[in-house]
Design a protein around this ligand. Structure first.
Ligand SMILES: *Cc1c(COP(=O)(O)O)cnc(C)c1O
Length: 365
C-alpha cells in the first residue's frame, strides 16, 4: 500500500477558470500559460481541459514539443524566445512563435535558414527590467525585424511588474502606447492580474492576454482579493490521511525543535505529508488545514514526511481520516492554496510548481 498522499487535478475547474478569463477579456484571444509544466499540474494532465484556449505560452522547447505531441496544431508562443541558433530550427519545424527581446536573438534570426517565415513577438521592457527593448530602442528593433525575410509577422508585447499591486500598470502602459504608437502588429500585455484587475481598460487587453495563475484557480492579487472574489476554482488538491493519533497532555511538545507546546490536553493527528511532498516547511503552527472537510490548524514543524494537525474541531476524526492540505475536500469545502502560501511567506505559484515527484497525481472531472 503506497502512502495515502494524492494530488488531484480538477479538469472542470480548469475549464471554468479559462471561461472566466475569457469573460474578463471577451474580445481578446487567450494564451493559456503552461510554463513550468503547467504550474506543476503537468502539461499532459491539463491539456484536454485547456484546448479551449487560443494558444499555449511557455518557455521550454521540450514543453513546446510535448504540446505538439498532444496534437495541438494552433499557436504556441515561447515567452523568452530562443536561447541558441539551433532552437530556431525547432521553431521552424514545430511552427512555434517566439518572443524576441534582444539583439542576439535578431542576429540569430538573420542568420537562420528557413523555408517558413517566423511569427515573432517583439518584447518591450517597459519597466520590469528583465527582458525586452527599452522604449527608445523598440522602434529600431522593429524595423530591423521587419526587414528580415525570416520574419513573417511582428506582434508587440510587454509585461507588467505591478498589475497585482498598488502601483498598477498605468506607467508601463503609457510607455508602451507611446513607443509603439504607429507600429503595426497585434498587442499582448496582460497576465492574470492585469486581465482581472484592469479588465475595463481595452489598452491593457490588447489582442492576446496571457493568464497563468488564474487559470490554475488562484487569485493573482491575494490577499487584496481571494479566488472566490474572482470566481476562480481550485484546480489542484493536495490531500492525504491521518496515519497516527496522539493524545497530548499539558506541557507535551510536537515535532522537531519542540516548537509547539500543548497548554491543555490536546488530540492531534499525524498526517502523511511533509516537505518532501512539496508542502512548504515554512508553514508553522496555525497554518490552515482541513480534516474531514473541517477547518483546523497545523501544530509544530513540518517534517520531511509528516505534519501534525489539531483535531479539536473534529473529535470524530482518527486513523485514516481525510486531510486536505489545499484545494477541495470530499465534502466540497475549499482551502485556498493562497492561504497556505501566505502562511509560508510565499505565493501559490511556488507551491504548485513545487509539488514533488513522489506524490501520485490523478486527473478528475
Ligand atoms: C508567467 C507569465 C505570464 C503569466 O503570469 P500569471 O501571473 O501567472 O498570470 C504572462 N506573461 C509572461 C511573459 C510570463 O512570463
Amino acid at each position: 500500500m503506497p502512502r495515502p498522499i494524492l494530488a488531484t487535478i480538477h479538469s472542470e475547474a480548469l475549464r471554468h477558470n479559462l471561461a472566466r478569463m475569457r469573460r474578463a477579456a471577451p474580445d481578446a484571444r487567450i494564451w493559456a500559460v503552461v510554463k513550468a509544466n503547467a504550474y506543476g499540474h503537468g502539461i499532459e494532465r491539463v491539456f484536454d481541459a485547456l484546448t479551449g484556449a487560443d494558444g499555449f505560452a511557455l518557455l521550454d522547447l521540450a514543453e513546446a514539443e510535448r504540446v505538439r505531441t498532444l496534437g495541438w496544431r494552433g499557436p504556441i508562443l515561447l515567452l523568452e524566445g530562443v536561447f541558441e541558433p539551433r532552437d530556431l530550427e525547432l521553431c521552424s519545424r514545430l511552427g512555434l512563435w517566439h518572443a524576441v527581446h534582444c539583439d542576439e536573438q535578431i542576429d540569430m534570426l538573420a542568420a537562420h535558414k528557413t523555408q517558413v517565415p517566423h511569427r515573432v513577438f517583439l518584447k518591450m521592457n517597459s519597466g520590469m527590467n528583465r527582458l525586452g527593448y527599452r522604449p527608445s530602442r523598440f522602434r529600431s528593433a522593429w524595423s530591423r525585424l521587419a526587414a528580415l525575410p525570416q520574419v513573417e509577422e511582428i506582434s508587440l508585447m510587454t509585461h507588467f511588474s505591478d498589475a497585482d499591486g498598488a502601483r498598477g500598470i498605468e506607467h508601463q502602459l503609457a510607455l508602451f502606447q507611446e513607443a509603439s504608437r504607429d507600429l503595426s502588429g497585434e498587442r499582448s500585455l496582460s497576465n492574470s492580474a492585469a486581465t482581472l484587475r484592469h479588465a475595463g481598460d481595452p489598452r491593457a487587453r490588447g489582442d492576446w492576454v496571457r493568464p497563468g495563475i488564474a487559470v490554475y484557480g488562484s487569485a493573482p492579487d491575494f490577499p487584496d482579493h481571494d479566488a472566490a472574489h474572482w470566481e476562480l476554482q481550485p484546480t489542484m488538491t493536495l490531500a492525504s490521511r491521518i496515519l497516527a493519533v496522539q493524545q497530548l497532555q499539558p506541557g507535551d511538545t510536537v515535532g522537531y525543535g519542540s516548537s509547539f507546546t500543548a497548554a491543555a490536553p490536546l488530540r492531534i493527528g499525524v498526517v502523511a505529508c511533509g516537505y518532501a511532498d512539496g508542502y512548504p516547511r515554512h508553514c508553522s503552527t496555525g497554518t490552515p488545514v482541513l480534516v474531514e472537510g473541517v477547518r483546523t490548524r497545523l501544530v509544530g514543524r513540518v517534517s520531511m514526511d509528516m505534519v501534525a494537525v489539531d483535531l479539536t474541531p473534529v473529535p470524530q476524526a482518527g486513523f485514516g481520516s481525510q486531510v486536505t492540505l489545499w484545494g477541495r475536500a470530499g465534502n466540497g469545502a475549499v482551502l485556498p492554496i493562497d492561504e497556505v502560501a501566505a502562511s509560508a511567506g510565499t505565493l501559490s505559484y511556488e507551491l504548485m510548481c513545487a509539488l514533488a515527484q513522489r506524490v501520485p497525481v490523478v486527473v478528475a472531472e
